[in-house]
Write a protein that binds this ligand. Structure first.
Ligand code: PLP
Length: 455
């Protein structure tokens, strides 16, 4: 089967045996390719693009023949509130992550908010985290009226740097919110050792890191609690959805009550006359969302292997291109989830071609890419929290002086990364090995023509 026809086949959602082979990276691409190497005019200079939009796997994937029955059955049953399908999804997610228990909630943000809150982290407490993350990690700390403290990143792995973490610990510090950013595991051995030494809780934001593995353990199962997101773009997409996993049953029972108006774990969700024992919200997953999750879950293992293999293959080629430094993994990483694939870009090696122009040149070749996060913790939402009554009553004036806060939390490595990172989206990594070779070749070709592209 040719390149284009296979993609169409996937897009239309009839992922049969061939599709499964393909998704697990075993298929042999017969793609002839349009990347002919030297002499090819880059698309940004009028050449023919290497890929069209439809060449990449459409995300989220919906395979009618495989996915639809469980969803339609769920819709037709009229049982739409939390019930057996949610229970089943939670059981399966706990099992694949290797945790004792799992609780689903409406999204990853609320998984983090609930986990932080039910570990009794709140007003007056400090939580150390990374500046290189999605805004939700920090919003979840603020939602519990705790104080985010930023430790700079390791410029090679983009993850929180354990070296810098330890010096940020004060007597207010309660927890470390580790983010496995881009789906790649942070340096957990060292982080766990620091946490143990200072008696701190470790919460893992694994919202991008489904089935990533460190030291033969799935991330999310290493700290006290692990949080996941099933938002549309994530490697396990439901649209909206999230989960907390933990080995601490009492903690998950508390989270259950917190997600269900304070009713005890095991209470049936239709009950209106039960006894509520704690102040709580209501953030339950629906049955049809769980049905979509169960359908997606069947493909996750194979897709994760494909992304990991393709990412490593791509890195092996990109490391030889002057001006491109692929992201590094820690030695104990058995597998990356690669929610994003990233490298650092050095304009000086590309005749001074700016990152923006470089990204534009890649996009013109038909490769979906971006510059990734911008510096986040200097933004207005932080100031807004600091100005609130609750922050003013639990923190000192000096702690809430925003200029001083920014000085204390300055993260120059993060600022540099925000300026020179290049991201490819995860669906690109579901392409063929030939596609990976095409990406390396497209970048080499931009490098060869950088002088002309710049003008
Ligand atoms: C997506 C994401 C979240 C939040 O998850 P939602 O389901 O979108 O609420 C939190 N942290 C990180 C690192 C994420 O990527």
């Amino acid at each position: 089967m040719g390149h284009t026809s296979r993609r169409k086949f996937l897009r239309q959602g009839s992922l049969g045996a061939a599709g499964f082979l393909f998704a697990s990276g075993l298929a042999n691409s017969s793609f002839a390719g349009t990347f002919s190497g030297e002499g090819r005019t880059p698309a940004i200079l009028g050449g023919r693009p290497v890929w069209s939009d439809t060449d990449w796997v459409k995300w989220p994937m919906w395979v009618q023949s495989e996915d639809e029955k469980i969803l339609i059955d769920s819709v037709r049953s009229g049982v739409w509130s939390r019930n057996k399908l949610v229970d089943s999804f939670e059981g399966k997610w706990a099992e694949v992550v290797g945790a004792k228990r799992c609780l689903t909630v409406v999204n990853g943000t609320n998984a983090l908010i609930t986990a932080i809150g039910q570990l009794d982290i709140g007003p007056g407490d400090e939580v150390i985290t990374t500046p290189y993350t999605f805004i939700a990690s920090v919003q979840a700390i603020l939602a519990n009226h705790a104080m985010p403290v930023f430790a700079d990143i390791d410029p090679a792995t983009y993850q929180i740097d354990p070296e810098k973490l330890e010096s940020k610990i004060t007597k207010r510090t309660k927890a470390i919110l580790v983010v496995h950013i881009l789906g790649l595991p942070a340096d957990m051995d060292r982080i766990m050792a620091i946490a143990q030494k200072h008696n701190l809780l470790v919460i893992e934001d694994a919202c991008q890191a489904h089935l990533a593995e460190y030291g033969n353990k799935k991330v999310g199962s290493i700290g006290k609690a692990g949080c996941f997101s099933f938002q549309n773009s994530k490697n396990l997409p439901i649209g909206e959805g999230g989960a907390i996993v933990s080995d601490d049953e009492q903690f998950i029972d508390k989270c259950f009550a917190a997600h269900n108006l304070g009713y005890a774990y095991g209470t049936s969700t239709g009950a209106v006359a039960g006894d509520s024992f704690m102040k709580a919200s209501k953030i339950r997953l629906t049955e049809y969302a769980a049905a979509i999750g169960l359908a997606q879950l069947k493909r996750l293992e194979a897709q994760t292997i494909t992304r990991d293999e393709n990412a490593r293959y791509l890195s092996s080629m990109l490391k030889d291109i002057d001006g491109v430094t692929p992201i590094k993994l820690y030695d104990k990483v058995n597998r990356g989830a690669f929610h994003l694939y990233s490298f650092r870009y050095r304009p000086e090696s590309f005749a001074g071609l700016s990152r923006q122009k470089f990204l534009e040149a890649l996009r013109k070749e038909g490769l979906p890419c971006s510059g990734g996060y911008k510096v986040m913790h200097t933004q207005e939402f932080m100031k807004d929290a600091f100005a609130s009554r609750i922050y003013k009553s639990f923190y000192t004036k000096k702690m809430l002086d925003f200029d001083d806060y920014l000085r204390r939390n300055s993260c120059p490595e993060n600022e540099a990364l925000c300026k020179d990172a290049v991201w490819l989206t995860q669906n690109v990594l579901l392409g063929s090995r030939r596609d990976m070779e095409g990406i390396a070749e497209a970048i080499r070709n931009i490098s060869r023509n950088a002088d002309r592209i710049k003008d």
